[in-house]
Design a protein. Structure first.
Length: 183
């Protein structure tokens, strides 16, 4: 299964008034591919990049950019030295002015993977709290959330629990070079 929302046609949210920005709007684009895992330790993703951008609509400028992604595979058995799934600020905007890119790509925070449904929930909860209060009680929405959470969180939190049980560093257990050895 693959799901892509191209950066040239992102998923836009309704503009809102911010405390510091007069009018802002979050938007999302992503590239996710799910594959059946070969082992119990393997996450179900062969690709995962989920991007959240916040735009200052008055200035037509990108205000902030965050993305959750799967560490890059350097070859068949080696990943880049980062958490397997991580949250990272900045990065470059596709087809954007590269001179405006943030030059620092660190740190990369370990985080559970998120696909479109969980990303939308995060945005709604943060930017539209009144709407989230209603939405989080709707049965149909909760059914979607449960499906997405099982897909994204099951293997991730099994790994977290294994770290706690083994009294090992959680960061080490989530590090791509360590976790990636298992699949």
């Amino acid at each position: 299964m693959q799901d892509t929302i191209d950066p040239s046609t992102p998923f836009y949210f309704v503009p809102i008034q911010g405390k510091k920005l007069k009018q802002m709007a979050p938007r999302v684009y992503l590239d996710v591919a799910v594959k059946p895992p070969k082992t119990d330790n393997e996450p179900p993703f062969s690709r995962l990049v989920t991007v959240i951008e916040v735009w200052d609509l008055a200035k037509k400028e990108l205000h902030s950019r965050w993305h959750i992604d799967l560490a890059n595979r350097l070859d068949e058995s080696i990943y880049q030295a980062d958490p397997l799934f991580h949250l990272q600020g900045g990065g470059h905007q596709p087809q954007g002015d590269r001179s405006k890119d943030l030059k620092v790509s660190l740190p990369r925070f370990p985080t559970p993977p998120m696909e479109l449904i969980l990303t939308c929930e995060l945005i709604i909860a943060n930017f539209y709290p009144a709407q989230w209060e209603r939405l989080k009680k709707e049965r149909g929405w909760l059914e979607l959330i449960q499906i997405a959470q099982r897909l994204c969180y099951t293997v991730y939190f099994q790994r977290v629990q294994k770290s706690l049980d083994a009294q090992q560093s959680l960061l080490t257990m989530l590090w791509a070079q360590e976790w990636g050895k298992l699949f």
